[in-house]
Design a protein around this ligand. Structure first.
Ligand code: NAP
Length: 386
């Protein structure tokens, strides 16, 4: 269990759920620091409520204004600011809930300092899984997942050795278009793609859920977190989002972790592990649910998933390329500049042309991200937005 925590991305969906968890456990956890991007209004409210020692924001200007309002608060900004926040003396756990790869450097810093990385940001493991795992092992830092599927696997694995695991089965809600098999996916609007049936999340991950790119990222994340071969990570569609994932052991026994779909549960567990604390999450009413359904993935309609297995087999910097190409394609979709089905098509095209390189360190990852951004933008603007 950690006690003195820092929350990166406190104004986002996972960040706000983390604040709820802290509210429900006042006295158990001490909030040392917060980091946010541009939602300064909400950050100010969080500062007033939780009185952290320090905060970090994206821009220098916002940092200056915040400092004037809260003269006793230590205020940082930018990537260096994130580094300062995770390095606060006494901190033993960092909730990493910045979206995209902006929080990558701070995640590395956290594990190098030997602190528990409570990881919501799946992009960290997709882009740099092997490197960060290596750094964590050297420093003796724990990486405890917050992503509900990975948390489910983490919980099911308690007390078993990796040799006993036959495979893990990630559940996917299927997103908003799963039940509508006749629907022309190419015509889907941004508003339709943002209407997730079971989870309320940030915009980027909601689009990833609709394309199943989110599950593709999680296949890579699971392989990295639990040291599994690609063929040991399966996916099944489960529209109710109540079974968060499952583990099949060598004797064919299957364990599942279940709860209402509420991110506050895996967040609390990442902080309290190996203990369990009472939290704000309501109980599961199985009789009210009546049925739990499971379906195979339609790989023809949702080609994103297969890309993840190709990326895992490629290794090297393929994960960083994959994640960045998707990030850029989602930005273009959200801006209404490319269609829904262009997202996996662009990612596949960028991957196809790449000669993958080994990753020696964080700088190589950041360089891959910068280069892939440029290449993806060029691919979209020259070949897709004709
Ligand atoms: N939402 C979920 O239920 C869920 C579930 C599993 C995993 N995840 C993963 O968790 C991560 C966060 O997801 P989310 O849905 O919470 O995203 P979100 O709602 O978009 O929130 C992102 C947070 O990151 C902050 N941020 C962005 N750039 C920043 C920067 N350069 N410096 C400091 N802060 C920055 C944002 O600040 P401002 O808002 O102030 O700009 C916001 O607080 C993603 O990697 C996602 O894949 C989310």
């Amino acid at each position: 269990m950690v006690s003195n925590i820092v929350v990166l991305g406190s104004t986002g969906s996972v960040g706000r759920s983390t604040m709820d968890v802290l509210r429900a456990n006042r006295g158990r956890f001490r909030l040392l620091g917060l980091a946010a991007g541009g939602n300064i209004q909400l950050l100010e409210k969080q500062v007033a409520e939780f009185a952290p020692l320090a905060v970090s924001v994206k821009s220098q200007r916002a940092a200056r204004e915040l400092q004037e309002k809260f003269p006793r608060l230590r205020v940082f900004h930018g990537n260096d600011g994130l580094d300062e926040i995770v390095s606060l003396p006494g901190c033993d756990g960092v909730v990493a809930a910045i979206n995209g790869t902006d929080g990558l450097q701070a995640a590395f810093r956290t594990v190098r300092l030997g602190r528990r990385l409570c990881l919501a940001n799946k992009e960290t493991l997709v882009a740099a899984g092997e490197l960060i795992q290596r750094e964590a092992a050297v420093a003796g830092a724990e990486i405890v997942p917050i992503d509900s599927e990975q948390s489910a696997i983490f919980q099911c694995l308690a007390g078993s050795s990796r040799e006993q695991v036959r495979r893990v089965i990630l559940t996917a809600s299927g997103g908003p278009f799963f039940r509508d098999a006749e629907r022309d996916l190419a015509a889907i609007t941004v508003a339709e793609a943002l209407a997730h049936p079971t989870w309320s999340m940030g915009r980027k991950i909601t689009i990833d859920s609709a394309t199943l790119m989110n599950k593709a990222l999680e296949v890579i994340e699971a392989s990295s977190l639990f040291h599994l071969a690609p063929e040991q990570v399966d996916v099944v569609i489960h529209p109710q989002s109540v079974v968060h994932s499952l583990v099949e052991f060598s004797d064919a026994s299957v364990l599942a972790q279940m709860s209402v779909p509420d991110m506050r549960l895996p967040i609390l567990y990442a902080l309290s592990h190996p203990q369990r604390l009472a939290g704000p999450c309501p109980s599961l009413d199985l009789a009210a649910l009546q049925k739990l359904e499971f379906y195979p993935v339609d790989a023809r309609r949702f080609p994103a998933l297969q890309l993840a297995y190709d990326v895992l087999r490629q290794g090297r910097n393929a994960g960083a390329v994959f994640n960045t190409a998707n990030e850029v394609a989602v930005e273009y979709f959200l801006a209404g500049r490319i269609g829904f089905t262009a997202i996996p098509a662009v990612v596949a095209r960028v991957l196809d042309r790449e000669g993958f390189q080994p990753l020696g360190g964080l700088d190589d990852v950041l360089q891959t991200i910068a280069l892939t951004r440029k290449k993806t933008i060029a691919t979209i603007e020259k070949e897709v937005m004709k």
